[in-house]
Design a protein around this ligand. Structure first.
Ligand SMILES: [Ca+2]
Length: 483
């Protein structure tokens, strides 16, 4: 079904659907000047609004709609069921700063300047974000919640800004509200939702389309490596029997040897992941924190509807990276295994078909998607692809593989690259001091070994597919070097 709202650049302007007070007044006989102003306003309003929700450290399966009956996310589930759910969504580097930078620019970290995590992680000055492009096209731009780049949100194109940098307490957090430092009393996601709703209220008096980039702090751990959900929410998980991952006692045979002493394993041991009950307790706290976050997001979704924006607004939802919850005896992220690089992702809005798409989609795809939905030209340096053809369920040529890159040591990883297709994954880990020198190779058949336990690299039987994947990796890298 072709959309009412998806861009049709050659068609006549469609009838304005959000009339509100303007439409009412015009209908009752304002003068020609006012009518002309109204026409100009409608012209501007033909571009759609965007509510881009980016959650933190939320795994691909930590949403109810994925089939996980243990975590409760009714608000996200309802929204997802209306739209296109992506069951094979990935990030091109699984850490907070690089994933945000990739979403903002539609470009890989090795090119936009943010391929690592830390206070100095900064986009190159020449980089332009979706907020820059949309603002130039007449959009009001808002950023609410967690920010994690050394560039300010304002320098990245956002005008309405209430934010805090990186991680910290989940209650009574210090925030920067329009330039004023203050304490956000209570649970941080309730505060973020209030700020998002304040922005939506402000837009009622303006004729501009808007983009709201709402970045939750949760489900990231707090500064004490814990989750602090609401007491009553956590209590609901107290007696839930939560299974631990089958691979939690992995001896890491076939994996790069450094991982046995790497941060992902050492930190997991600090959390007590050598005992199943400690993994279970973390899952309870993590799921409860996600449920609390979902409830706060539900208030924002309700506010969009109550404000009359629903017919003109696209929701874009994604987790910024995955999270190991004991798989392979790991915690955290960065590493190129599925639990780390897969994220929950969907889009909902006018004309987007309800259903599930299994194509390989990436965090760098959102920026070009917004360009197309807004009727703007796709900047030629964006590495991502617009998802619009997938929203419409059209048969289309789509990527057959993608590159995952962690080119510098991050949170205990050695430099590594991976290429993933629908079925296969090749990982090349490099010497820390010589990033072009391969230290270890892994090849996984995700169809027959989705838990990535059998390294097939260099086993004498998979040389053909290994060579094909290595060629694909080289092609991806060459394309990046020239962009
Ligand atoms: Ca994150």
């Amino acid at each position: 079904m072709m959309s009412e709202r998806l861009p049709r650049r050659d068609s006549a302007p469609r009838t304005e659907t959000v009339m509100g007070r303007r439409g009412f007044l015009q209908a009752f006989g304002l003068g020609l000047v006012e009518l002309a102003a109204g026409a100009r306003a409608r012209e501007r309003r033909r571009r759609p609004n965007f509510v881009f929700i980016l959650t933190d450290d939320q795994r691909h399966d930590a949403v109810g709609y994925s089939g996980n009956a243990l975590v409760k996310t009714p608000h996200l589930d309802r929204l997802a069921q209306r739209g296109t759910k992506f069951s094979n969504a990935f990030v091109v580097l699984s850490i907070c700063c690089p994933s945000r930078a990739a979403c903002l620019t539609g470009r890989y970290g090795s090119r936009n300047g943010v391929a690592y995590v830390g206070g100095s992680a900064r986009l190159h000055d020449r980089e332009r974000t979706f907020a820059h492009y949309l603002k130039d096209a007449g959009y009001a731009t808002a950023m609410v919640g967690k920010w994690h780049l050394a560039n300010s949100p304002q320098a990245c194109g956002f005008d309405f800004v209430t934010h805090f940098v990186s991680n910290g307490p989940q209650w009574n957090r210090q925030v920067n509200e329009h330039g004023q430092k203050k304490t956000a009393h209570g649970f941080i996601e309730d505060y973020n939702a209030d700020q998002a709703i304040a922005f939506l209220d402000r837009m009622k008096d303006q004729d501009k389309p808007f983009v709201l980039f709402l970045c939750t702090q949760l489900a990231h751990m707090d500064h004490n490596f814990d989750w602090k959900p609401k007491t009553e929410t956590l209590a609901r998980y107290a007696d839930v029997d939560i299974p631990v991952p089958r691979t939690w006692r992995d001896d890491l045979a076939g994996k790069p040897p450094y991982l046995k002493q790497g941060r992902n394993r050492m930190q997991a041991l600090k959390y007590g992941y050598d005992k199943a009950e400690n993994i279970r307790e973390h899952l309870r706290r993590y799921y409860a924190a996600i449920e609390d976050t979902d409830a706060a997001l539900g208030r924002v979704i309700d506010a969009v509807k109550a404000s009359g924006y629903e017919d003109d607004t696209y929701y874009l939802f994604m987790g910024d990276n995955g999270w190991f919850m004991g798989e392979h005896g790991f915690t955290s992220k960065v590493l190129p295994y599925e639990e780390s690089i897969r994220v929950p992702m969907f889009a909902a809005g006018p004309g987007i078909e309800a259903g599930t798409n299994e194509d390989l989609v990436l965090n760098i795809d959102w920026a070009p998607t917004m360009m197309e939905l807004a009727g703007l030209a796709r900047p030629s340096n964006m590495h991502g692809k617009s998802l619009v053809s997938l929203f419409q369920g059209r048969k289309t040529t789509w990527r057959e593989s993608f590159l995952y890159e962690a080119p510098v040591p991050c949170l205990g990883s050695q430099p590594l690259l991976a290429v993933r297709t629908g079925r296969w994954k090749l990982v090349q880990t490099f010497e820390t001091q010589a990033c072009e020198k391969i230290a270890f190779e892994e090849l996984y058949d995700l169809q027959n070994d989705p838990e990535e336990m059998q390294n097939l690299a260099n086993d004498g039987q998979h040389a053909g597919i290994q060579a094909t994947l290595a060629q694909a990796m080289a092609r991806h890298r060459n394309r990046l070097r020239s962009s």
